[in-house]
Design a binder for this molecule. Structure first.
Ligand SMILES: Nc1ncnc2c1ncn2[C@@H]1O[C@H](COP(=O)(O)OP(=O)(O)O)[C@@H](O)[C@H]1O
Ligand SMILES: [Mg+2]
Length: 342
């Protein structure tokens, strides 16, 4: 077939679905609808994030997808197999890094990794190669012979991720991979997750209650609130739902003629206060050079230009009617009350 043929292009662009979830629900007791009729797909090689406040249903979803919890209704296929019909096959094809660390404190990092390689039945020579590659990816090679009890929080999380990688899973599930880490260590973990996707095309399903995390590392996110998905899309798509990019310019002159010319150039309305101009566009990065070239050609001098983009936090507010931090805080307070009374 001619490579420019439409059908050929469509086939090439068709991404393989690796996780397919249909109307999945989990109810605890009579009325706790922890996961409420969620449906979504994760494509091969992408980093897909479940973003939601505490108690939104993220861990419950991961537990069902990784065959640790039986759904109340609905279905899910992971790496090509139904989690209810073929749980054992699914388990062989995936890895899970749970919210809490699981490594043995009394072993070294490398020993922990070897134990897992043995559990997977990976043969000798290959096993050492995989252990070393996984430890290297998270830069734990030098610390591999130290006891885990002497590791920092960040090193422990990195070791957990390395352990998750040893079996070369088709899908790696990470439940709140950076929980409790400081900003710097968090950013390092993001880098390792990206490296995983770039070097091994591993499909990553992660959960997070951090807007910034979802925004920084996920190719696509599903925003989950009270067990329901309120929106799925790339961070860019979700942010563009709630507003446009805003360009602000200060020129050496204030002129209605310039205002109108800018408006015509980018196809939107310009607000002017003195020599300050404000214009909303869908793509700020593309519009700025056009605007600057136009202004220069007309004579004025650009003294200052800024671009602001809508944030995922604003999108969350628009989609759920609540501030993300408030939602997270509410959940923490409820949990404290439950602990107090329970
Ligand atoms: N085993 C359980 N029994 C009863 N309620 C549970 C259980 N596990 C989770 N829940 C409840 O289900 C909801 C979702 O929890 P979870 O999936 O852990 O949320 P997240 O991981 O997003 O913080 C919460 O209200 C939580 O209290
Ligand atoms: Mg959780």
């Amino acid at each position: 077939m001619d490579p420019s043929h439409e059908a050929f292009q469509t086939a090439r662009n068709r991404k393989r679905v690796v996780v397919e979830v249909s109307n999945l629900s989990k109810t605890f007791g009579h009325d706790i609808r922890a996961v409420d009729d969620v449906s979504f797909a994760v494509y091969e090689g992408e980093i897909f994030g479940f973003l939601g406040p505490n108690g939104a249903g993220k861990t419950t979803t991961i537990n069902m997808l990784t065959t640790q919890l039986h759904p109340s209704s609905g279905s899910a296929r992971v790496a090509g197999y139904d989690v209810l019909k073929s749980p054992n096959v699914v388990r062989k094809l995936i890895s899970v890094v749970p919210q809490n660390n699981t490594a043995d404190e009394e072993l070294t990092g490398r020993e922990n990794a070897r134990v897992i390689a043995n559990l997977y039945g990976i043969p000798g020579g290959e096993s050492s190669r995989m252990v070393e590659a996984a430890l290297d990816l998270v830069e734990l090679g030098d610390a591999a012979d130290r006891f885990v009890r002497n590791y920092s929080g960040g090193m422990r999380r990195r070791l957990e991720i390395a352990i998750g990688l040893i079996s070369r899973p088709k899908v790696l599930f990470l439940d709140e991979p950076t929980l409790g880490l400081d900003t710097q260590t968090r950013e390092a973990v993001w880098e390792y997750v990206r490296a995983l996707r770039d070097k091994h095309s591993t499909t990553v399903f992660l959960t997070t209650h951090l807007m910034e995390e979802a925004d920084q590392i996920c190719d696509r996110v599903a925003i989950i609130d009270h067990g329901k998905i309120v929106k799925t899309g790339s961070p860019e798509e979700i942010k563009s739902l709630v507003g446009s990019d805003v360009i602000e310019l200060t020129l050496d002159v204030g002129s209605d003629t310039i205002s109108e010319a800018i408006g015509q150039c980018v196809g939107s309305k310009v607000e002017r206060t003195g020599s300050d101009y404000r214009v909303e566009v869908s793509n700020g990065e593309e519009a700025i050079p056009l605007i600057i070239e136009l202004i220069r050609s007309q004579g004025p001098y650009v003294k200052r230009v800024s671009l602001s983009k809508p944030s995922l936090a604003e999108a969350y507010l628009e989609l759920t009617g609540r501030e993300f931090r408030d939602a997270d805080q509410e959940a923490v307070q409820t949990a404290r009350m439950i602990n107090f009374f329970g």
